[in-house]
Design a protein around this ligand. Structure first.
Ligand code: AGP
Length: 608
């Protein structure tokens, strides 16, 4: 939710740190701050609002230094304001801390510290860390950090400076992502590689329970017993321009338009069309284990939960394995039935969603094998799962997930092929699915080439106050996803519903002011959808239909139509989602809203 970046080296760090924050702004953005060692101690600037406000604060009162830490905040404790912005300090202003996560026992810790004379200035949980470190400090910063963290319950990714132990940055993580960037005579710490990619491609990902000490000349990693931990160095192979807008008005539109390429990347090297199966190298499950699976649980949040619902239908229809989908936030506190023949598939674009990570850990504790469908390489879920399928969709910056969703559906289709062909799916059936998958990139491109048709529809509805999205079968999760896209970036209330369920209550909402989007490609349940369209029209509703062919049965019943190419039922969601992504985008853009950074939202929800 928040962004962290730190630097220690020979360069002036102020601009470098602020530029790093700008690359993280999508992660959380209600205030920001920076602390630097200025040669005489610590100096800090903070500001409420966007990072540009912090830049103004620094311009009016400059600070310099070659060692520093910086932070962009998404508030969890204490409203967004300058006082609650990070970095936070101890009583004497000798220690500076930036933090991503939640200190769950900050209340009793704060009371204990206040009893011993510590004075707090903010309403945040984070400030407790600065005072704990101060209380434990005896000349060595990492020793004090270890002692402080021993008292902490909750999650953290932190970076810490001390004016009395000045030539180092101490970093530690538990539950929130953190990595080290390795330079020549300089080193970095960041919550996301985007913050430092302009400076280095060599990174070390910290794992939970690890602490790092960075100096100009190097770094060391240890556990919280200060036992050295050997860490591998990863090389980042994507470029900064992949996280720039590439000429589009918003990251979201860029990412929608990238989908022919991104789903190609998800399939690359994994489809064996002639034999009708898939090659998935990272499952870490033997053929026997795959054949012995007797249930699959898919757990996720938000958009990833919608793709999970599609995966459930795919797996049960084509691989004939019992499959259920669980909200990660529910699964982690339930008492689910899990055995060693259970595969828990965990879907997460960021690989850092707290609820999803916790659900995976719970499934592991209960003996399930876990499989991560993750986009962010090196993320926590990707490093803790037993096996995985990387989406290879490239960094997704827009808070509203688009290309990750379609790549998740493709990854689930690849998994379905793999499992189905180990059971009763024939080579012909497998080949049909594989060939339909290979046709998707061109089909998506043909939809994107007609984006202006969707923009025209959006113009007619940019003042709507409510929307209903209806679909059946594979298209019901698409209805949920279309509704989520619209509500999270346009702030228009929208609901997704199974088309037939509309009769059991929501039909009372239908009138001329309630646009109803039907996801109605010609599939095995199309005829049933027609009757639902008639029910809506009979009550004066305005109908937008996503269809896949000329439909005489719909003649005169739909007000706006957008046609998508035909494909097999299980892959319709990949195509039907595209016009719905565009519809949400154009409506939000016409309403003049911040499409990439909608209010109240963050790209990765790393708190409960
Ligand atoms: C989707 O547009 C939202 N940004 C949100 O629902 C997101 O899908 C959810 O928070 C899960 O994120 P993850 O895939 O990174 O775990």
């Amino acid at each position: 939710m928040c962004g962290i970046v730190g630097y220690i080296g020979e360069k002036q760090a102020t601009t470098l740190l602020v530029d790093g924050l700008k690359r993280l702004e999508y992660r959380g953005y209600d205030s920001a701050g920076v602390s630097l060692m200025n040669g005489n101690g610590l100096e800090t600037r903070k500001a409420k609002g966007k990072i540009a406000m912090l830049e103004q604060a620094i311009a009016s009162d400059p600070i310099k230094g070659k060692i520093g830490i910086a932070h962009t905040r998404w508030a969890t404790h204490g409203p967004p304001n300058e006082c609650n912005a990070h970095p936070h300090h101890d009583c004497k202003g000798k220690i500076s801390v930036v933090h991503n996560g939640i200190i769950e026992n900050y209340g009793p810790l704060r009371a204990m510290l206040q009893k011993t004379g510590h004075v707090f200035v903010s309403e945040t949980d984070t400030e407790v860390l600065a005072h704990l470190i101060e209380a434990a400090f005896d000349g060595n910063l990492e020793d004090a950090v270890v002692d402080a963290l021993a008292l902490v319950e909750g999650t953290y990714g932190i970076a810490v400076l001390s004016a009395d132990d000045p030539d180092k940055i101490v970093a530690a993580r538990k539950g929130s992502p953190l990595l080290i960037g390795i330079g020549e005579g300089e080193n970095y710490v960041a919550s996301d590689v985007a913050a430092i990619l302009a400076h280095t491609r060599e990174v070390v990902y910290l794992d939970d329970g690890e602490m790092a000490v960075l100096t100009r000349d190097g770094y060391s990693v240890c556990d919280l017993y200060q036992q050295t931990v050997k860490k591998g160095v990863s090389r980042i192979d994507w470029d900064l321009d992949q996280i720039e807008k590439g000429g589009f008005d918003h990251f979201m539109l860029k990412e929608i338009m990238e989908q022919p390429q991104t789903i190609t990347n998800t399939m690359r090297g994994r489809l064996v069309t002639e034999e009708g199966f898939s090659k998935l190298g990272g499952l870490n499950l033997s053929m026997e284990e795959l054949q012995n699976l007797d249930q699959i649980i898919i757990t996720a949040c938000g958009t990833s939960w919608h793709s999970a619902l599609i995966g459930e239908l795919m797996i049960e229809e084509h691989a004939r394995i019992r499959c259920e989908v669980e909200y990660a936030s529910e699964f982690r506190y339930r008492n689910p039935i899990v055995t060693d023949k259970t595969l828990c598939v965990v879907i997460s674009q960021s690989g850092e969603t707290a609820d999803t990570l916790a659900a995976m850990r719970e499934a592991k504790r209960r003996g399930a094998r876990t499989l991560g469908l993750v986009n962010q390489v090196g993320s926590t879920i990707a490093r803790e799962d037993d096996g995985g399928i990387y989406l290879h969709a490239g960094p997704e910056i827009g808070v509203a997930s688009t290309k990750a969703f379609t790549s998740q559906v493709i990854a689930l289709a690849l998994l379905t092929l793999k499992l189905g062909r180990l059971r009763n799916m024939s080579v012909v059936q497998g080949r049909d699915i594989a060939q339909a998958m290979e046709a998707l990139p061109a089909q998506i491109q043909s939809i994107l080439d007609r984006a202006s048709e969707v923009e025209t529809i959006a113009e007619a509805f940019s003042d709507a106050t409510n929307f209903l999205y209806l679909g059946r079968g594979y298209n019901f999760p698409v209805a949920l996803e279309g509704a989520l896209k619209l509500k999270e970036i346009s702030y228009i209330h929208a609901e997704g519903y199974p088309a037939a369920e509309m009769k059991h209550g929501p039909i009372a909402l239908i009138d001329a002011d309630m646009p109803v989007v039907f996801i109605a490609p010609h599939d095995s349940v199309f005829e049933k959808v027609v009757s639902n369209v008639q029910e809506v029209k009979a009550r004066g509703g305005r109908v937008i239909a996503i269809t896949s062919r000329e439909e005489p049965s719909l003649a005169g019943k739909i007000d706006y139509e957008f046609r998508i190419p035909e494909t097999i039922d299980m892959l319709n969601p990949v195509l039907a989602a595209i016009p719905l992504q565009l519809l949400a985008y154009y409506i939000a853009a016409k309403r003049g809203l911040n499409v990439d950074q909608p209010r109240n939202l963050a790209k990765s929800v790393t708190v409960e």
